[in-house]
Design a protein around this ligand. Sequence first.
Ligand code: UD1
Length: 424
Amino acid sequence: MIKYIVQGGTKLSGSVTISGAKNAAVAILPATLLVSGPCRIENVPDISDVRLLLEILRDMGAEIRRYGRNTLEIDCTRARNATAPIELVRRIRASYYLIGAELGRFGHAHVAMPGGCNFGVRPIDQHIKGMRALGAEVHVDEEAHLLTARAAKLRGAEIFFDVVSVGATINVMLAACRAEGQTVLTGVAKEPHVVDVANFLNMMGASVRGAGTDVIRISGREKLHGCGYAVIPDQIETGTFMIAAAATGGDVVIKNVIPTHMEATSAKLMESGARVIEGDDGRDFYLRVVMDGRPRPVNIKTMVYPGFPTDLQQPMMAYLSTAAGVSTVTENIFENRFNHVRELRRMGASISLRERVARIKGVNALRGAQIYASDLRAGAALIIAGLMASGRTQVHNIEFIDRGYEYLDQKLTALGASIRREAR
Ligand code: UD1
C-alpha cells in the first residue's frame, strides 16, 4: 500500500499544466475497438485507469504503441471477439464502455459489471435500456456479475433517457455509430467529455451531431477509419488545482485549460473571495487563481453540466472547511458521496450531514491527521485538506487518487508543496 505524506502550510505558487481528461480518455480508448486501422491519440493521461484499459484492449488483440508519455497509437484491426479479462474489468468503472464498443464492433459483448469508485448505488439501467432500444438482447447474470449483450444487427432508434447519465450517453453513442440508420438520443449529458468523445467519433468517420445539447443525432456507419486526435484538458483536474490554489492562499497559473468548462467552479471560487483571471499566453488558455485570507462561506449544489460538477464537490468542501461562516454543499447527482466527511472531521473540520446536504461550519484551521481516501475525488479533497492543515497529514489508500490524477505529487511539489509518496 502506498500513502502520501503531506506537510501543510505552504501557499502554492507557480504554474501547472493540466493533463488530458480522464473521463474522455476512458471512453476514447474503448471506442478504438469500433475502427479498423490505427488511431493516434495525443494528450492521454498516464493514470492507472488508462493503463488498465490498455491492458484490457491488448488482451483483446489490440496493437498499442506508445510515443512519449502521452501519445498512443492503438490499432484494433485484429482485435478478437474476446471477453475482456474479468478481473481487470471489475477494477474500473468505465469498463462499461466496452459494452457499447464491443456491441458496435462484434455485435456481441460479454462484460463484467463495472467496478471503480463506490459512492452509493451506481446502476447502469439506462445503458441497458439504450442497448435494448438499438435491438440488442441484454442479459445480466446478477450472481456472476456479468452482462451479456447480443444483436444480429443494431438498428437506429429514438431513445429517451430517464436519467441524465454521462456513461449511458457515451455508451449508447458508441454502439449507435455502427447501427443501421439514425439514432436520436434525448435527455443526454452535456459534459465536456461527452462532446470530446463525439468529436473523436466524428474524426473516425462517424456522424454524431448535437453533442453538448440535449439531443444527439447519430447516423450509423458500416465502417469507421483510423484517425489522429488529441484529448481535451481535464476539467476536474483543472478544478482541483484551482481549489488547491485558493485553499492554500496561493497564486497559481493553471495552463492548458478550457475556461468555459470551468465557469461554475470559477464563479463559486470568486464568490468565496478568490480572484480568477482568464488569459491566453499565445499557446494555451490559462486560469490564474489568487487568494488571500479565509474564504467567505458559499453554498453549492451539484448539477449536471454546466452546473457545478459533483466531482469537485469534495475538494470544495475541504476548502470551505476553514471559511469564515457556514457553507452548504448539496449533492444532487449521487445519493451517497460524502465518504470524505469523516476524514475531514478527523482533521478538525466541523461538518454535519443531513441526507444529501452537508453543512460546513468553518473552523480557524485544520490539523494534520492519518486519513483514508475512499474514492478518487475524496482522495483529492484529502490532499487539499493536508495542504491546508498545520503539521503532517498521511493520506492512505492513494491507489484511488492514482486512478485519475497524473503525477499529482510531482505537480504539487513543483508548486512548492511538501508532499511525497511512501510505500508501507
Ligand atoms: C461519470 C464520471 C464521474 C462523474 C459522473 C457525474 C466517467 C468515467 N465518470 O460517471 O466522474 O462523477 O459521470 O458527472 O465519466 N444513473 C442511473 N442509471 C444509469 C446510469 C446512471 O440511475 O444507467 C444515475 C447514477 O446513479 C447517478 C446519475 O445517474 O445518480 C449520474 O450518473 P452518470 O452520469 O451515469 O455517472 P457515471 O457515468 O457513472
